[in-house]
Design a protein around this ligand. Structure first.
Ligand SMILES: [Fe+2]
Ligand SMILES: [Fe+2]
Length: 312
């Protein structure tokens, strides 16, 4: 058997057991209380009543495969942060949160994969050219390591906050009970992930340098503009012909109540989420850029609405 030498493993000692962030310890406790299992806790039999044609079925399989890829992308990201937390002797509750984060993103993947399978086939990886250019490089660890530990986690929760608002709409949109339950359970987990970022905002701001704040702003802009708005969160930044193809799969999935957002609604949802986030992080001296491609203009001073979930 060939043994391949990998990177050196940092010493985990000394282990920090003194609780530094009690609110994170509380998140860890809540995560244990709110465990769920995709195979056991979703009413999968409700798919038996779904009557859709082959075109809609294929569209839903494509959309849910994308959802599964994105959830899976969070797993290696979390694993790298956990490794970093151990090497940097971060508090135990932060490591415990990251362990839960990895487990939760893994079950989000599993649930999304199972939905795609119900629609006739999970696609193990992208085949469309616009996705092939984005998905495999979605988690680029070299990019991640340009930020310090807490700055990186902070940036990640900005993205989780945007995707949380999309998920609220996808929960509302779903009519198949199994899909509604998948989105509801994922939302509950994501709520804790977003809460983690807010705790870091309150307690770890001094660890983030001015230079890093500028870096958070530019990395946020680059990832949203060149990746997430190109077929992941919305299709606005794809070339016209690809917008049609990518948008149609989401539109059909949304129109049949199968848990997607309509491409025509996504810019509005994201614009509102951005305006809310922009206000939240402004006191931290982080100025999120504007995205005119989704109607997010600097001269718009109206008060942003609440997250979609709070409207119901
Ligand atoms: Fe997730
Ligand atoms: Fe998450």
């Amino acid at each position: 058997m060939t043994v391949i030498a990998t990177t050196e493993v940092a010493s985990p000692y000394p282990i920090v057991t003194e609780v530094e962030l009690p609110e994170v310890a509380d998140l860890v406790r809540r995560s244990h209380e709110q465990q769920w299992q995709p195979l056991a806790d979703i009413p999968w039999h409700t798919f038996d009543d779904v009557e859709i044609n082959d075109e809609v079925r294929a569209a839903a399989a494509t959309f849910w495969s994308l959802r599964a890829w994105m959830e899976h992308g969070a797993v290696p990201y979390g694993a790298e942060r956990l490794r970093q937390a151990i090497a940097e002797h971060r508090p135990y509750e932060v490591k415990a949160h990251l362990v839960n984060f990895i487990r939760e993103e893994t079950r989000h993947f599993e649930a999304s994969y199972l939905v795609a399978e119900r629609f006739g086939g999970f696609q193990p990886g992208p085949t469309e050219s616009y996705f092939e250019a984005i998905i495999p490089r979605f988690h680029d660890e070299r990019e991640e390591q340009e930020l310090s530990f807490y700055a990186n986690l902070f940036l990640n929760t900005l993205f989780e906050s945007l995707s949380g608002d999309l998920l609220q709409d996808r929960y509302r949109n779903a009519v198949v009970p199994a899909i509604k339950e998948v989105n509801k359970l994922i939302l509950a987990d994501e709520g804790r992930h977003i809460r983690f970022g807010k705790i870091l905002m309150q307690h770890k701001l001094d660890d983030i340098t001015d230079l890093e704040r500028r870096s958070i702003e530019s990395k946020f802009e680059a990832k949203l503009r060149t990746s997430l708005l190109r077929g992941v969160y919305a299709v606005t930044n794809l070339p016209d012909d690809m917008q049609q193809v990518a948008g149609q799969a989401r539109r059909l999935t949304a129109q049949h109540g199968l848990g997607a957002t309509d491409p025509d609604d996504e810019p509005t949802i994201l614009r509102n989420a951005l305006r809310r986030l922009r206000r939240e992080v402004a006191p931290l001296d982080i100025r999120l850029p504007h995205f005119p491609e989704i109607g997010d203009h600097p001269d718009d001073t109206t008060t942003p609405g609440p997250p979609p979930g709070d409207r119901r």
